[in-house]
Design a protein around this ligand. Sequence first.
Ligand SMILES: [Zn+2]
Length: 480
Amino acid sequence: MLTLHRLDQLCSQKKGSGEMTHKQYCTTLLALVRPLRGRCSARLRLICLLLLIPLAPALKAETLALSADRIIIGNQDQPLLDSAVIVEDDKIIRLLRREKIPAGMRIIELGDATLMPGMIDAHTHPLLSTGDYQTNHLAQSSAYKSLRAAAFFQKLVYAGWTGLRVAGDGDVFYGNTDIRRAIDEGFIMGPRMAVANHYLSITGGGGDLNYLSPEQSMIADGLVVDGVDEIRKAVRTEIKYGSDWIKILATGAYLSVGDSPKNVSFSPEEFQAVMDEANRQGVPVMAHAHATAGIKQAVLGGARSIEHGTFLDNEVINLMAAREVWLIPTIYIGDYYALEGGLREDDRNNYYMEHERPVWINWLKKAHKKGVKIGVGLDFGSQGYAPEIFIREFATLVEIGMTPMEAIQAGTRVNAEMLGWDDRLGTLEVGKLADIIAIKGNPLDNIDALKDVSFVMLGGRIIRTPGGQKNPPEGLLQLP
Ligand SMILES: [Zn+2]
């Protein structure tokens, strides 16, 4: 009875101030029943809980108005002006004019700022953090890399990135699955994650270590598979250990040694085996593809997204538009390595900047005009980049002919659709989860303003407040 009395006291205090949410109520409830463990039977504890639960509907859910000069909903050409997003618990429940905010409602007034959906990075390799991505996994354990990546993710959330897709990673185990699990279970604060744990590569392909002597027997950074049987087993194993995407290196890569981005990697039978296995288990495939023939193989084979898509042509563009295959070009990383310090094969990078990039940009302009769905992906690891540089991919999309509004939608709604998250994320519509950020000023006037994030909300929880810290404190954080 002491317990009931205490709960009653707490409820009347909290209800009086309008502060207690359903979540707080449940937490309080469990905290109060917990001390009964050992003193009375499980049955009696359950009866206590059942007696207390009917009080819950009387409690108010917390509602909050986020008010700003502009709101980018994510599916309209123009922003809403002088309006507010009303959030209750973890969801958006209304959008209304500023002056219509009900009296007494808690308001966060952001002023000359733009509210928009949290940004989503559709192509990342969070477990790579050293200069040589092909040997990173030999020097660092999966556990170390995962802790490091989780801390880096928290910086990204502070910089406005509330979702990401891992495009395979240099990891012997399945660290990204475990980071996602720790986030989902609430141990740590972090972005929503879609995960391909490894990238499938042929022997001698972009995911193999091609610069070692034949005497060496190393575990490669990619998952090296040859032949239909190995491929089937690899896809099944990826899914068994938590991959919700399959990543395949359909062509050679730029930064690896001993292979060429202009070569197609897998035989038609092998590629089809990837698709068959993934389709049967309802898991989408993302295909790294530079060479035209490799892009075509992946599009016709049924890949959901093409990563990079460097050597496009009219036929491939028409196929991608007709089949509604997403293109994640990851343009900025090429600029970053060519202009700010390359990895391996520097000559290849220079050649790329002078001869290939301008041609590619023209093809991307055509792809955009033809209606190919283009999303935002960075292709970075977690090696100490300033999170602000992640927004530079948006400027490259403006370079290929997108308006700033289209570029912002590419990094929010379009990516959410590709990920199958669009029923709950990607736009600021009623009923969606409240992953909301605010940008100081107007990114529709200057896309680089996206680096000036002033507010971050993740599933209705306020992560970063206006005037608060730009970076998270050192160490891993839990949700507030
Ligand atoms: Zn990549």
